[in-house]
Design a binder for this molecule. Sequence first.
Ligand SMILES: *Cc1c(COP(=O)(O)O)cnc(C)c1O
Length: 384
Amino acid sequence: MNQHARLDAVPIPFIDVAAQRQRLGGRIDAAVARVLEHCQFILGPEVRELEGALAGFCGARHAVTCASGTDALLMVLMAKGIGPGDAVICPSFTFCATAEVVARVGATPVFADIDAATFNIAANSAARAIAAARQAGLNPRMIVAVDLFGLPADFAAINALAAAEKLFVLDDAAQAFGGMVGNRRLGTLADATATSFFPAKPLGCYGDGGAVFTDDDDMRDLLLSLRSHGEGADRYDNVRIGLTARLDTIQAAVLIEKLKVFPEEIAERDRIARRYSQQLSDVVKVPTVPNGMTSVWAQYTIRVKPGRRAAFAAALKAQGIPTAIYYPKPLHRQEAYRYFPADPAGLPVCDLVAEEVISLPMHAYLDDVTQDRIIAAVRRAVGG
Ligand SMILES: *Cc1c(COP(=O)(O)O)cnc(C)c1O
């Protein structure tokens, strides 16, 4: 076997967390060592420092960190007092946590369809879902707009709909922190924004983590209380039912270092995504980025013809190239969620794209040689 053939057989990681660790290792090790030195593992100084840096990065007035992206969503619902009898409009083509938190507080998720080009919630379907919720005797309170795969949702349309219907807009930016509309970062485009620092997200820590962004001072105070058992004046003054949902100081220390290189990583992800699109758009359906938007490319997701996807994935796997399917089943088809209401016109786009989507390896450390190997394999797999 010659050198080239052996290189070709080496499996490629889907997301290369180790490559980033190699770049930042010393700095992160030192940051973690400082926490091990001062021993303030819960709400140590790094947590406040990170919150300042995150808020500054995205331009929001407040950042409140927490234990996961799911807790970030949950805390906003709790802060708004969402509960039984309330309806929250969610896209069906998303990670389950988007709707899970709604059901968890006893409210009803009502599913809306997505736009075929962007995979994000379609305002016209959301409007039908709101009407259907009212007809069913529910009280629509909120729309959750998910920035799927790192691409900002259509906030112009969603915020207009929410304003007309007097609803709160929660941005589920778990996959999209750093994404932009014009020169505004996510974190400022909805009434509140939740994100996740799960390791595989564009800005990930070394465990679970999340944050909420808001410009509302009262919301910030509520979030701070909710993440620490509903505390009031101090830890042993309990004024509401809360959670234990703080971000560990060690994770904050990791994120402070990672945030420093994040802008460069976003630019690199975008360069890699453009390269994919340039070299694949003639053989597969490549992602669409509306004018003026910047995606952080949590996933680079193409579409292949229904029925061809399994063979396509197998052909890539045989060449050492992993793929992933986000998501094989929209939430309204899931056992846990199929009994909740949906846009009465149906969710045909969610159903269709769930059959077609497949994501290629994407991370900021994907070098050109490796990417060329992926591109060539994709072209071979589709016979292009
Ligand atoms: C990852 C994700 C979440 C949940 O984040 P965790 O940190 O894993 O709890 C919520 N919504 C979406 C769209 C996600 O992709």
